[in-house]
Design a protein around this ligand. Structure first.
Ligand code: BES
Ligand code: MN
Ligand code: ZN
Length: 499
């Protein structure tokens, strides 16, 4: 979908003319203009409809007499004081969704700041456009039939603003973030016979064209270096495990980077501790952490962020075959610590253990954040609206919570505590890979903490409930894979780590 910005009133709208009203059916200036130009169809329409200007409401006038536009779409903006960036994105997505349903091809968004709106004119336009862009995503590459039914015809939107030049600039950064989100969604949506570790690595390699430095370690190299935990998970699979390292170094020279580490289990069958059929469905998405890291690195590179950032993703397939790890096996991790594997379905923490050690030893990051679809228990605890965050640093948690509020990718803190650490003591090795029947997300985080070196600022995000959506889809996420984390990480970097 093409997005452009132009000065308000600069051109006669064509396609759909989208104008706004705040709560109480208060028409904005552009809506008043549209009303006048059409001989009062909006004011007449208001009298015979339920439209009150609440967010999510529409009043549609098709083929208004005296105007060349295909329709006037009056959109409810809600209360002006609630119109922040996130609300504007939702409205942009709602408009796009509506226009998609109607089969429209082009539209002009003519919505401005009303009294009481805090966002600046340029921000309003940019975030409306961003919402519409997020809604334009499709993943139809495996359909061969009824393509027209699925096709989104809306190909062009022009967003009018009092400050079109500033809006264009504001959108440039957001467009880069949208690219990262779309990549992350694609990666999560791809079926596991197509997106196995080496193919995932190939797709990351393709990001080199943005100036990202991408390295791929295969099994031979990882074996040499001692990635016993990660390789253990992959050893029951016919597909080769991979570790991918992405570097974006546009911050201060030699300044320690922020490091992002992602769980990339391209399919999680559970291994010999096999999942039941119902629990296995959707486990192509078990690389959602790696997808978020990859999407975030793409966003940073696309918008040329002034930061030193590294992304490290551990890519494996967790499968059961004669060579697979067994419950009772002991693995030696890259850190040197031994791990008693008592359940091969608790594999994500094994992959992360080695990826975390590698990242800390090689890059000495000033801040380390891992993302993983780590536990079913986090879905039990927080459902689909928050990711769980575990951290040894209160300030980092604050920053993540703030970034979450702004972007809508919200996080909720859960505790770490020596009491829970006791639950992962092994009878024969340094640690075991499962805790007890309870507090599963916390014992998983405690396990990761064993691989965090002294003094390392670290946060772990358990994104098992938010990386994909099986139920109702959010208006700005028209896909199973959500791309969750890209916006959050981008915002975190933008607000706290850029020079
Ligand atoms: N990938 C799963 C976690 C998961 C479950 C993500 C459901 C999304 C939805 C993870 O590898 C796993 O299997 N965890 C086990 C851990 C247990 C064996 C200690 C779980 O949560 O049941
Ligand atoms: Mn598992
Ligand atoms: Zn898993």
């Amino acid at each position: 979908m093409q997005i452009s910005f132009a000065a308000s009133g600069a051109k006669t709208p064509s396609g759909s003319w989208v104008v706004g009203a705040t709560e109480g059916a208060e028409l904005q200036a552009a809506a008043v203009r549209a009303d006048k130009a059409s001989g009062g169809v909006l004011s007449r329409g208001l009298k015979v409809s339920r439209f009150t200007g609440k967010s999510g409401q529409f009043l549609e006038v098709l083929a208004p007499a005296g105007l060349s536009v295909s329709r006037i779409l009056l959109v409810g903006l809600g209360k002006p004081e609630t119109l922040d960036e996130k609300a504007l994105e939702t409205i942009g997505a709602q408009i796009a969704a509506r226009l998609q349903t109607l089969g429209e091809r082009s539209a002009v968004f003519d919505i401005e700041a009303s009294k009481g709106v805090k966002a600046k004119a340029a921000e309003i336009a940019a975030h409306l456009a961003f919402g519409a862009k997020l809604r334009s995503y499709t993943f139809d590459k495996y359909r061969t039939k009824n393509l027209d039914e699925y096709k989104k015809h809306l190909a062009q939107i022009s967003v009018l603003s009092r400050d079109a030049a500033a809006a264009t600039r504001a959108y440039a950064g957001l467009g880069a973030v949208a690219d990262g989100i779309f990549l992350a969604r694609d990666l999560v949506n791809e079926p596991p016979n197509i997106l196995y570790p080496a193919e995932f690595a190939r797709r990351v390699k393709a990001l080199s064209k943005l100036g990202l430095k991408v390295e791929v370690l295969g099994e031979a190299e990882m074996k040499k270096q001692g990635f016993g935990a990660l390789l253990g998970v992959g050893q029951g699979s016919a597909r080769e495990s991979q570790l991918v390292v992405m570097q974006w170094s546009h911050g201060k020279k030699n300044a320690a980077p922020i490091a992002l580490v992602g769980k990339g289990v391209c399919f999680d069958s559970g291994g010999l501790s096999l999942k039941p059929g119902s629990g296995m469905m959707g486990m192509k998405g078990d690389m959602g952490g790696a997808a978020a890291v990859t999407g975030a690195m793409m966003a940073l590179a696309s918008r040329k962020a002034k930061v030193n950032a590294v992304g490290v993703i551990g890519l494996v397939e967790n499968m059961p075959d004669g060579g697979a790890i067994r419950p009772d096996d002991v693995l030696t991790s890259l850190s040197g610590q031994t791990i008693e594997v008592l359940n091969t379905d608790a594999e994500g923490r094994l992959v992360l253990a080695d990826a975390l050690t590698y990242t800390q030893r090689r890059f000495k990051p000033k801040c380390l954040i891992d993302l993983a679809t780590l536990t079913g228990a986090i879905v039990q605890a927080l459902g689909f609206e928050h990711a769980g965050v575990f951290s040894n640093d209160d300030r980092l948690v604050e920053r993540l919570i703030d970034a979450g509020r702004f972007t809508g990718e919200r996080v909720w803190r859960l505790p770490l505590d020596p009491f829970y650490d006791k639950m992962i003591r092994s009878k024969i090795a340094d640690v075991k890979n499962i805790g007890g029947a309870n507090s599963g997300s916390i014992t998983a985080a405690q396990f990761l903490k064993r691989f965090i070196e002294d003094g390392q600022v670290w946060a772990h995000l358990d994104i098992a409930g938010v990386a994909w959506q099986d139920g109702e889809q959010k208006v700005q996420i028209p896909s199973w894979g959500t791309g969750w984390g890209v916006r959050l990480l981008n915002r975190l970097v933008k607000e706290n780590f850029e020079t």
